[in-house]
Write a protein that binds this ligand. Structure first.
Ligand code: CU
Length: 403
């Protein structure tokens, strides 16, 4: 079928070309020069061009009417209203410039259509024109930029007090949200602690121990391999390098433990942290501080309904604060869509399954939020009590030794 269609298309093109040839040959037989365009033909083209202006504008209005429904609904955060006003202001300027320039463009094409014997003005330079078309856009741009920067500063500079801190952790290809436990504090994290059971690299006393045990085991294996290898051979060389890498890793982890010993407190705030997948909840009308991290490549935490976006960069912690001011239920009424849900997306094309990086966000009352959080399992449940006890014993020992 595809082949048949292509054959028909090719034959059609050949027929059309042959027809044009026949047309040209008959014309040259009749005599007369068809290369001279008459005033009438020019007028027709110019009128069509001006007419196109109205068709084009009508098309623009039609696309807005038809697809305008896919624009984001009203903002669901306090600062979101400021962003929307800023965006509206920019749109106003852009649409005005669009209408004026297009009317001029097509009107001039019509007005200065070619006429037999017509002659163009010869202008090399015009200071007044230069001044107008430099100053005017400069002023408009300055207004846009100053308004934009001041809005951005208003949004990002006012770090709210007593904000609930939530971590958003990105990796190829999913999000994990982490909520603080009873202590209200998120535990520290470091990429050197990342393992199968600790994908976010949380630093807790037990995750340090587990990772150290894993690395020591690996080192023992490598040591044995080195003994078996031919001395000074390629395998020996590679194994030695690997051993140095593992030793370096072990030393870095021991440094973490020493740091804890020096300050006389272990890494305990991470025990009761609650990492959650697929969906997370937020209390309405309370400031939320997001701390954002990435494991592998640059991702971006994008929550369009709250007008929030911040890059997730490996090796650093970025943040964004906002206060959600409409619950999911309220937003369902506003959008008249009973299935409406807030979403967290990844907004950097970070790899093959980038489109999978999505999390549902439920905004609800403080009571419902707390009930939800209570049901989420803590990061290290079994060890929590034991390690807290050990911690207490250690502190007492330290106190006793000081005495
Ligand atoms: Cu991503």
């Amino acid at each position: 079928m595809g082949l048949l269609v292509s054959i028909v298309v090719v034959l059609g093109i050949i027929t059309f070309a042959q027809l044009i040839k026949v047309f040209e040959v008959t014309k040259s037989l009749k005599g007369g020069d068809d290369h001279i365009v008459t005033d009438k033909e020019n007028r027709n083209q110019a009128t069509l061009m001006f007419g196109y202006l109205f068709v084009f504008f009508a098309f623009c209005i039609w696309t807005y009417v038809k697809y305008g429904q896919f624009m984001l609904p009203e903002a669901a955060s306090v600062h979101g209203e400021k962003i929307d006003t800023l965006l509206g202001f920019n749109f106003l300027i852009i649409i005005l410039a669009f209408i004026i320039t297009h009317i001029l463009l097509f009107y001039f094409a019509f007005k200065y259509q070619r006429r037999v014997g017509g002659k163009a003005d010869f202008i090399t330079h015009n200071n007044k024109l230069e001044l107008v078309w430099t100053t005017f856009p400069a002023i408009v741009l300055a207004v846009i930029i100053i308004y934009g920067i001041s809005t951005w500063n208003e949004i990002t500079r006012s770090e709210p007090e007593n904000a609930l801190t939530v971590e958003l952790y990105a990796k190829q290809f999913d999000w994990t949200a982490r909520f603080p436990g009873e202590d209200g504090k998120l535990g520290e994290a470091n990429y050197r602690l990342i393992s199968g059971t600790n994908p976010m690299g949380l630093i807790t006393d037990n995750s340090l121990e587990e990772k150290l045990a894993e690395l020591n085991e690996k080192k023992a294996e490598l040591d044995a391999k080195l003994l078996d290898a031919v001395p000074d051979g390629k395998i020996a060389e590679d194994t030695q390098e690997e051993i140095w890498r593992v030793e370096n890793h072990i030393n870095k982890l021991i440094a973490f433990q020493k740091e804890a010993d020096n300050r006389g407190a272990g890494y305990i705030s991470g025990f009761d942290d609650k990492p959650v997948k697929v969906e997370f909840h937020l209390p309405v009308d309370e400031p939320i501080k997001f701390q954002i991290r990435a494991q592998d490549v640059i991702h971006s935490a994008y929550m369009p309904h709250f007008r929030a976006q911040m890059n997730a960069v490996p090796g650093m912690v970025t943040s964004f604060y906002f206060t959600p001011n409409k619950t999911t239920e309220e937003m369902r009424l506003i959008t008249k869509n009973p299935e409406f849900d807030y979403l967290l997306y990844c907004n950097k094309i970070c790899g093959a399954a980038h489109y999978n990086m999505q999390m549902k966000i439920v905004v609800e009352s403080r009571e419902k939020y707390e009930a939800w959080l209570d049901q989420q399992p803590v990061f290290y449940a079994e060890g929590l009590e034991r390690l807290l006890e050990e911690e207490l014993n250690k502190k007492q020992e330290v106190l006793a030794s000081k005495k």
